[in-house]
Design a protein. Sequence first.
Length: 255
Amino acid sequence: MRSTFGRSMVLVLVISLPVAVASTWAMVPDDEQWIPAAARGAGHGDSNWVTDLVIRNLGSDSLTLELTWLERGADNSAALPVEMTIEAGETRALEDVVLTVFGKAEAAGAIHLEAVESEGIGIPQRFVATARIVSSSVAGTFGQGFQGLSSQSAIAAHAGGTTNVIGVTDGAGYRSNWYGLNVTEDAEGRPAGARVRVEILAGDGSVLAASDVAMAPLDPVLRPVGSLGAGAAENATLRFTMLEGMGIFGASRLD
């Protein structure tokens, strides 16, 4: 994993798209990307989730990628990557990626993608990636999209790292989740643990509820906003403050 120490803070806000799930954000090319949430298997009610991943090689040479599955709620420092090659200018669609690439029939977590430096090319090539988590039933298709995030999206405790996600609504009509990815490395470049404070703020800036969350090395977290204990929220703000280490954070909403 490429070192992320000293990188700048970037606000991340992801809004899910009901029914037809597609990504419409302007993506930031990089030689490393994080898909913050991916899943396969039964979910809430009668939902049954699968994840599709799309990768585009922006370079003029073939791109060798390492894709690593990061299990939710686990120490993933020993996770092994799967390697694949994407040709110059190619867009590769990996349907049901949790099963077809990582061989997992039921799992929840995140995906790390990193370009491998090619012989004769001075620096790793850049690419973009996006994913959708979708559930289909007789009632229709619903889900949410997640664009690949660069390590530059991380906030760091040593830099006073705080980021905010605005416009968060959680209640009878909408269900929102917050997510995080621990990208902390120790002085030797090994994955390490982290802690983050998650707060939900009312429109006047007052704190409605807060929770300190410990994250194992390379641990992806996804939790309902309602689990913070603030009750129904409309146009609220989620504030993430790193207490130890570095992380990438955001939120998504299901209509």
